[in-house]
Design a protein around this ligand. Structure first.
Ligand code: GLA
Length: 388
């Protein structure tokens, strides 16, 4: 087993020379459809995947948190009464944010040691940072012999991203990691923070994750810029119709009425969100009908909208999409997550997985020197920890 795939108990023992008292995991996610909709408070359709961040935790004396990751050399240490991020951008900031969020909710977080491993690639568009936050929150809650509802874990994990990591994300990733259920996607209402489970049964089809080979950097401003542009669209729509709260409430007709006040770019951003919300509804129907062809067609539509209206694609993703469009057995594909690289999600015929993978390798990865591999994903359970 690779070091990151090491059992968390063993990683903890090897690192700290003692036995962990809590072990668990939090999964990454893919989003079937509803991209850049969560911070516009609309519906999204993610599912938790089998690739996870694993965690082992145990108490220590003093008043610090000490953490090690199988992916980074050395350890990080910070005081329990942490109230600010570290001066440099580091993974420790997610942990700092979670500890601050738990304490804000009255949880007496004990001094603790944490070890993280797992097989979830980081920076790849599969929400490794959300999984890290959710795993940390659940492990520390168990160590504190306390509990919080999933919604609180989601919100404090999102706040850790906002306030400690500088990423103004929505709630989708944290929610999927905390609340996933095997065999189901979740139709998550990002305003109400409630979800309905949607069975993911498309007979004869598989979901394939295809890394683009481009490591995305969401905190670099483009994501923040999109959030800002959506806010501008909402403000203009509100001048036409006062009760508008978010783009989820905006119809195409209302956007047209407000368009005179907006740049052409912002109109396109809003058009993506409004059309994407409609595609979420249509996808739910496709899943209910078990219609892979129609579901795949929606993925292509989303990709075009992300590329042309939202402008979060990149040349490497566009090239991969072109190749997939031309590959037998691919029902549809699109990029997932914030954009500018990361991974693609493809809906493919089960019996074509090997041929599609071979074609991606020879027609795209090899010429570009990409060493990643496509892999199939399925819907799995959300985060869990146990005392050992
Ligand atoms: C990132 C963010 C999410 C969501 C997606 C785009 O993954 O963390 O909150 O906004 O981008 O849908």
């Amino acid at each position: 087993m690779s070091s990151s795939g090491q059992a968390p108990e063993a990683g903890y023992r090897q690192t700290f020379g003692a036995d962990a008292t809590v072990v668990g995991y939090a999964p990454g996610r893919v989003n079937v459809i509803g991209e850049h909709v969560d911070y516009n408070l609309g519906p999204v359709l993610p599912f938790a995947i089998g690739q996870r961040i694993t965690v082992a935790a145990g108490p220590q004396s003093g008043a610090n948190i000490t953490a090690c990751s199988a992916r980074c050399a050395g350890s990080v240490t910070f005081p329990l009464d942490v109230d600010a991020p570290a001066p440099e951008r580091t993974w420790e900031n997610y942990l700092r944010g979670v500890v601050a969020g738990l304490r804000k909710r009255g949880i007496e977080v004990p001094a603790a040691r944490l070890w993280f491993g797992g097989d979830l690639p980081s920076g790849g568009g599969l929400s490794s940072s959300a999984a890290l936050c959710v795993a940390t929150a659940r492990a520390l809650l168990r160590l504190a012999d306390a509990d919080l509802p999933n919604t609180e874990v989601v919100l404090l994990s999102q706040a850790a991203e906002h306030d400690f990591a500088g990423m103004p994300c929505g709630v989708m990733d944290q929610y999927a990691s905390a609340c996933g259920r095997a065999g189901r996607a979740m139709l998550l209402d990002c305003q109400a923070l409630t979800h309905r489970e949607v069975p993911l049964t498309l007979p004869g089809s598989r979901w394939l994750v295809i890394p683009s080979g481009v490591h995305h950097a969401l905190t670099d401003g483009a994501y923040r810029q999109r959030v800002h542009e959506c806010g501008q669209a909402v403000a203009a729509c509100r001048r036409v119709q006062a009760e508008i709260e978010a783009l989820r409430d905006v119809t195409p007709a209302l956007l047209s009425a407000a368009a005179g006040d907006l740049s052409e770019t912002v109109v396109r951003r809003a058009r993506h969100v409004i059309s994407e919300i409609a595609r979420v509804d249509r996808m739910v129907d496709c899943l209910a009908a078990g219609d892979s062809q129609a579901a795949g067609a929606l993925l292509w539509e989303t990709q075009a909208s992300l590329r042309d209206d939202y402008e979060v694609s990149c040349p490497e993703v566009d090239d991969l999409i072109e190749l997939l469009r031309d590959t037998p057995g691919v029902h549809g594909a699109r990029m997932v997550g914030g954009g500018f690289g990361g991974v693609l999600l493809a809906l493919v015929a089960e019996d074509a997985v090997a041929a599609i993978t071979a074609r991606v390798r020879s027609g795209n990865y090899r010429p570009r020197g990409v060493t990643a591999e496509p892999f199939a994903v399925s819907a799995e359970d959300g985060a869990a920890v146990v005392a050992v």
